[in-house]
Design a protein around this ligand. Sequence first.
Ligand SMILES: [Mg+2]
Length: 359
Amino acid sequence: MKVTGISVTLVVQALMDRQWKFARGQLDQTSALLIQIRTDDGLTGLGFAVQGLHLGEVIDGMRQVVEEHVAPIVVGRDPFDVEWIAAELTARLPGYTRTKAAVETALFDIMGKALGVPVYKLLGGKVRSSIPVIRILPIKAPADMARNAEAVVADGFRFLKIKVGTDPILDVDRVREIRRAVGSGIGLTIDANQGWTPKAAITALRRMEEFDVAIVEQPVAADDYLGLAMVKASTRALVEADESAGSLADIFRLGREGVVDAVSLKSGKLGGLLATKKAAALCQAANLRCRVGMAGASRFNAAADMHIIASTPNIDYACELAEFTRMETDPAEGLEIVNGELTVPELAGIGVTLRAGFG
Ligand SMILES: [Mg+2]
């Protein structure tokens, strides 16, 4: 089997909450490329790459990269040569990790469809058949965030990720109000997106102690290893790297320096499913906890990540697989969260299909 063509379609998705805010900005819509790879067997593989301004990855550049640089590498190759293709993409195209991840996802979709198996079977087989899902709460006034938290818990979710990283005192109010609203049985993560100084982080986390925060994600600047170490030494919460963990080499350094307890693995940040599996292995070797953070707000992204999680033993905490529900539209269908869990479907390929009217 050979790849015969690759095409891209622009997809703009509006957020239902037009004031969706985190410590580094506000979003009301996202732009993405739907990537379709076709083969001489008549199969089509699908991938979805969301623009990532913070990664230096913008739509026009992504389109140019696919059409002028990815296509010559992929067209004419056997889609099963995915390690070779991933290595070529990594060597020839620095950055563009979300684009590369979407290309790889489309290749895995083809492989699964060709063999009639779900993608997790190509990644080591299934170690879990359902995955607990964590929902992200954008920054708002504390009372509004508490109301949102109650609604999410009423939908069946048991894990919440609270966006913080503005004023530390207000951030403490946010966590207090949310804990009061949802009660003690709900797992709380906070994500400051680098918004705090080390001292602000330590002060805020001390005041949050009684609210039982399980994980604090990226409390300080990505390259502030001393700050991360200070925060790690001062709190019971697991300190998790997200922006600090942009590559396999970053994760190796984090493990070697011992400055965090955990890592948020993102296939769109690391450049694909294979790289994410390798990152999980690195975490295991370094005694770092890991879970999967969102790679994009479509079921295409959640489905691709689902197969990584289903096949990787040491990804053992709630993962960000429900953020497609924050969008008004989704070009993919076929995946739903029930009672805060995603049950892995047994469909061939990545397990979602293109909704009529897209692509
Ligand atoms: Mg984060």
